[in-house]
Ligand binder design. Structure first.
Ligand code: NDP
Ligand code: MG
Length: 392
């Protein structure tokens, strides 16, 4: 029996992970499931998978969780410390599926067991890539990418020498506003930004797909995970979302990874690695698909990409600052305080205000330095939000 823990079980990645685990109950022993406000779903999942522990990150939700699981023998706990305690329980395979910087600490902690960390939480690599990779090495743990593009690259590199890689191309759908006239973007509503042309995902990553902040995080994620120079990483718009990434080698070969837009492929690959197992994903009928399209992203439509390039140049704590400012800008957009195109303005202003900070380019010593920069960047982004709202 493989011991598994799922952080962020109630989310989109979490539900897909639960779906795969539930198909083979005899193979898995579920150590812990964590969620947030969706207590009813968490309780349902915990009972279905006979989990030992269910944790909500919100202390105020604990009473509801306890009540929902009363009499089942499933332990409950709540709060950020309880997430760390869940990570301290030995597991062989851990899904890091919390959204945002909040996913960093539990995943980081889980590496101590030398287990496999299936990393959907790209923010962990963006904010603390070198620390996370070093921690995994120190404990003999394995980190496997779950982001579809990174899983695709990882699969393209099996049996290959990373030194023979000339470039990595990650694809982007272009998001909800790919075909909108540029001048309409400023008025895009929350509902419009929250629909993705191809993937069904959590709201935050869906909006980040429309703004391409998601692809920006993924550029940095690629750099941190595979250790390739930023100049070798490209983004191409591919509206069909069927080719997830391509790896180009020094001999000119370009290896593409194709699959339907279903996260159960990447999650299932990480779950069964290094083997491949049957997965319940649709098979592509290329003749029916007929054609695949690609084009270069327009920098005016997606200013987030240039910001990510700047962050990769600076490195150090710039990724933590970038992600935190982005989260703050996204919160402000979701709350209706700023417009869609203001998000990039806020992040740029926050990064500019931190540019003089001597600590920005210095490698993080530990998670506390990362959290301190995260906090500072949220303060600066908050100021930028206030400056924008004062103007309108
Ligand atoms: P969702 O919003 O659907 O789910 C997020 C999960 O995290 C939920 O379980 C939520 O609980 C929980 N959560 C929210 N805030 C906190 C917090 N502060 N502390 C602890 N737990 C919290 O997100 P997704 O599943 O879409 O994304 C998860 C991660 O995977 C992100 O990093 C995303 O970028 C990445 N990813 C997602 C993909 C997708 O297809 N969805 C594809 C590739 C990467 P609750 O809902 O109960 O409040
Ligand atoms: Mg992705």
């Amino acid at each position: 029996m493989r011991r598994v823990t799922i952080f962020g079980a109630t989310g989109s990645i979490g539900e897909n992970t639960v779906d795969l685990i539930a198909r083979r109950p005899e193979a898995y022993e579920v150590v812990a499931l964590t969620g947030g406000r969706n207590v009813a779903r968490l309780a349902r999942q915990a009972m279905a998978l006979r989990a030992r522990l269910a944790v909500t990150c919100h202390p105020e939700c604990h009473a509801d969780l306890r009540e929902a699981l009363a009499g089942t023998g499933i332990e409950t706990a709540a709060g950020p410390d309880a997430l760390i305690e869940a990570a301290d329980r030995p597991a062989d395979w851990v899904m890091s599926g919390i959204v945002g910087a909040a996913g960093l600490a539990p995943g980081f902690r889980a590496l101590r067991h030398g287990s496999t960390l299936a990393l959907a939480n790209k923010e962990s690599l963006v904010t603390a890539g070198p620390l996370l990779m070093a921690e995994a090495r120190a404990h003999g743990a394995t980190i496997l990418p779950v982001d579809s593009e990174h899983s695709a690259v990882f699969q393209g590199l099996v049996g290959e020498d990373i030194a023979a890689v000339e470039r990595i191309v990650i694809t982007a759908s272009g998001g909800a506003f790919r075909d909108w006239p540029l001048e309409r973007l400023a008025d895009a509503t929350l509902a419009e930004a929250s629909t993705h042309p191809n993937w069904a995902m959590g709201q935050r990553i869906t909006i980040d797909s429309a703004s391409m902040f998601n692809k920006s995080l993924e550029l940095i994620e690629t750099r941190e995970f595979f250790g390739v120079e930023p100049s070798r990483i490209e983004v191409v718009i591919h509206p069909e979302s069927l080719v997830h990434a391509l790896v180009g080698f020094r001999d000119g070969a370009l290896m593409a990874h194709l699959g339907p837009p279903d996260m159960r492929h990447a999650i299932g690959y990480a779950l069964n690695w290094p083997e491949r197992a049957d997965l319940p994903v649709a098979r592509l009928d290329l003749a029916a698909i007929g054609q695949l399209n690609f084009h270069a992203p327009d920098p005016r439509r997606y200013p987030a990409l240039a910001l990510a390039r700047q962050v990769m140049e600076t490195r150090g704590l710039a990724g933590a600052a970038f992600n935190a400012a982005k989260e703050c800008a996204l919160d402000a957009f979701i709350a209706g305080r700023i417009g869609f195109t203001d998000m990039a303005r806020v992040v740029e202003a926050a990064l500019d205000s931190l540019a003089g900070d001597p600590g920005l380019g210095i490698p993080a010593e530990n998670l506390d330095t990362v959290f301190a920069m995260d906090h500072l960047a949220r303060v600066r982004a908050g100021e930028a939000v206030r400056a924008l709202t004062a103007r309108t």
